[in-house]
Ligand binder design. Sequence first.
Ligand code: GUN
Ligand code: FE
Length: 335
Amino acid sequence: MGDQLIIPGFTDLHLHAPQYAYRGTGMDLELLDWLNTHTFPEEAKFRDLAYAGPAYRQFVAALQGSFTTRAAIFATAHTEATLLLMDLLEESGLITRVGRVSMDRDCPEHLREPGPEAAEQWLASARFAHTKPILTPRFVPSCSDALLQGLGELAARRGLPVQSHLSENQKEIAVVQERFPEASCYAQVYDRFGLLDTDCIMAHCVHSREAELALLKERGVFIAHSPESNSNLASGVAPVRRFLEQGLRVGLASDVAGGSSLNLFRAMAHAERLQEYNCANAIVRLGGRYAPPEHVTVFRGTTDDNLRRSIDFARRPPEGLHADDIERALQSGNR
Ligand code: GUN
Ligand code: FE
């Protein structure tokens, strides 16, 4: 054995290619203000291929130089720029799913879906060996009922996978609740339009409650966990342990630009630190004294099993406290 390590390539389950250029910017804002102030103006620039070309070239070179070999990627609302990104990714040898982002409300004019045929037109040209399309409604607040309906039907007709965002931020959830007061949870809105029926990745699920998690499990949805983004945008701490205990499918994701790095080793470290911080916080709120583990090993792998072990490790209850008390405090702290 030499001093070199052979590891499998990682899968980044959720990231935004056009946001690479400004990763780590505007982290004083929460999600909705951050989208309006930084994300939408930057993504609008991708209508111009002279801007999109160099930006996507830099992104693809950086992804190629990272530990990631497979990824599920958001592009922008622009068909030509999305096809350019897919071309570059195909040349790179990486294996990816790429989504042209669909949105038609509460966003700038240049990011708006031109018509119901736009997604089909993109699909007709998106023919690559290793770079496959994935339908990508941005999130419920950016999509009309008609758009969600059309994408659900398209997914069913063509057997296409879907990716979007779910229960990331409290204000986002309030917007969805106000628009769909009869929905039992946020995920049920996607579900009523058939968007959870094919292979589906939902990013974040920071504030998902029991009914939502049960629905995600029933539909076999993958949760993309992006701990750095969740702390940068002050979204909260996702209940990863509950995801795993309930048998949900979870993977790590950088969520660039909410996350500042493509390095999934960092995502592992962030996942562990955030769970440990949350646990320590709950113990202190209960009047206990938190004793940090003596050895925190960062490299535990990306599998469910390794993540579960690292979270259990960070949650050993101290003297005088029961694990159930901590669990309750964790759940109430996230509300
Ligand atoms: N929700 C809707 N759009 C976005 C985005 O671009 N980034 C993050 N983190 N959440 C979103
Ligand atoms: Fe995202």
